[in-house]
Design a protein around this ligand. Structure first.
Ligand code: SAM
Length: 286
């Protein structure tokens, strides 16, 4: 059997609220595959009915995902195309699918993304927080002790932090964010692409007060974003001292200035040109 006669697994993003966000390509793929693997077949059958698509479905969720690998691989080997969808947004992003995709790739199957809505990307894109670097940390632990510990481990990160949160825990999470992050700026994106879409901006304490004053603001689905920590002089000084040591060691071993600067930038971050200038001055000083 030639490679092209085998089927493809399409990882298809579906809307996170507004059905208009389903792409034309996603619709075509869902209409053409032999089978749709869905997190919750009852939930997704409503979307398929809305699209006028009648296709066999198979449930694929965290409890049965591993056992679905072999039968789905067999379908692909037999030349059938399969789509993977989750309840909302992009599969595998805080949703099932990772076990399947990894196993299929390991077996040489063709896996193709059909991109579309994703709550974290939608939230970030309109948040006004820096988006050049961000850390998506998924859902925080349900228990407060573990949640605080996770937050404390992130408090010095200087990239924007992004979390998913449910309405049941949003208040508790904001309390823990207040305890750990103090006055740090947060943006709360709620009910994205839906009628009551809201962006709230402020410290965790301010946002808690807003939610207490208007309980409607605590309903629905949330993306919580936290501005990254400011780089302190101590961080900068520390990185420079470390860079000096690394550069001096490499120069001492006869590594060229350009290569030493490139390696230091890779190891410690920062601009290659700045490390290059420092390496030149170290070399000049002997
Ligand atoms: N796979 C999805 C994606 O691509 O974003 C995420 C699935 S995860 C199980 C569900 C969480 O995503 C929700 O608890 C919420 O934190 C976030 N989320 C999903 N839809 C959202 C929306 N319309 N507005 C805000 N957050 C949303």
């Amino acid at each position: 059997m030639t490679e092209s006669s085998k089927g493809t697994l399409y990882v298809v993003a579906t809307p996170i609220g507004n059905l208009g966000d389903l792409s034309a390509r996603a619709r075509d793929v869902l209409a053409s595959v032999a089978l749709i693997a869905a997190e919750d077949t009852r939930h997704s059958s409503r979307l398929l009915r809305h699209l006028g698509i009648d296709c066999p479905m198979l449930s694929l969720h965290e409890h049965n995902e591993a056992s679905r690998v072999a039968p789905l691989f067999a379908r692909l080997e037999a030349g059938e195309d399969v789509a993977l969808i989750s309840d909302a947004g992009t599969p595998l992003i805080s949703d099932p699918g990772f076990v399947l995709v990894r196993a299929l790739r390991e077996r040489g199957a063709r896996v193709v993304p059909v991109p579309g809505a994703c709550a974290l990307v939608a939230a970030l894109s309109a948040s006004g927080l820096p988006t050049d670097r961000f850390l998506f940390a998924g859902f925080l632990p349900a228990r407060s002790g573990a949640r605080r510990a996770r937050l404390e481990a992130l408090v010095t990160r200087d990239e924007t932090l992004v979390f998913y949160e449910s309405p049941h825990r949003i208040r508790d999470t904001l309390s823990d964010l207040a305890a750990v992050f103090g006055d740090r700026r947060l943006v709360l994106a709620r009910e994205l692409t839906k009628t009551f879409e809201t962006f709230l901006d402020g410290s965790a304490d301010t946002l808690l007060e807003t939610l207490e004053a208007d309980p409607d603001q605590a309903r629905g689905e949330f993306v919580v974003m936290v501005e990254g920590a400011e780089q302190t002089d101590a961080d900068t000084d520390g990185a420079e001292a470390e860079g000096r040591r690394v550069l001096a060691a490499m120069l001492g071993e006869g590594v060229g200035v350009k290569q030493a600067a490139a390696v230091t930038a890779k190891l410690l971050g920062g601009r290659k040109k700045a490390w290059y200038d420092l390496a030149l001055s170290l070399k000049a000083d002997g």
